[in-house]
Design a protein around this ligand. Structure first.
Ligand SMILES: [Zn+2]
Length: 96
């Protein structure tokens, strides 16, 4: 693997839900009710938003981890903000 392709997979890409109409989160119900992986999204339930094509599993996992990390950071910031508001409110109530 070259350095360029490694870096490209770390770029944030837009994902969207698989557009195949029978795909449910990456699974397709076949005859006799058996489940199989959707061929459009490789059984992942997500495709590249630009091309509509499946991404390699590794890339999808990286993309999801990136979002997970962003959300974790956002929750952390919201908690800090909430604590700051709580401190201010307590200061205000003590001051009365
Ligand atoms: Zn699919």
């Amino acid at each position: 693997m070259t350095r360029v392709s490694r870096n490209q997979s770390f770029k944030k890409r837009m994902l969207k839900k698989c557009h195949y109409m029978d795909c449910q989160g990456g699974s397709v119900v076949g005859m006799m009710g058996s489940l199989s992986d959707c061929a459009t999204c490789n059984g992942l339930g997500l495709v590249d938003a630009d091309t509509g094509e499946a991404l390699p599993e590794r890339d999808v996992i990286r993309q999801l981890l990136m979002r997970f990390e962003e959300q974790r950071l956002r929750i952390h910031q919201m908690k800090q903000y909430q604590e700051e508001l709580q401190r201010r409110l307590e200061g205000y109530e003590r001051g009365r």
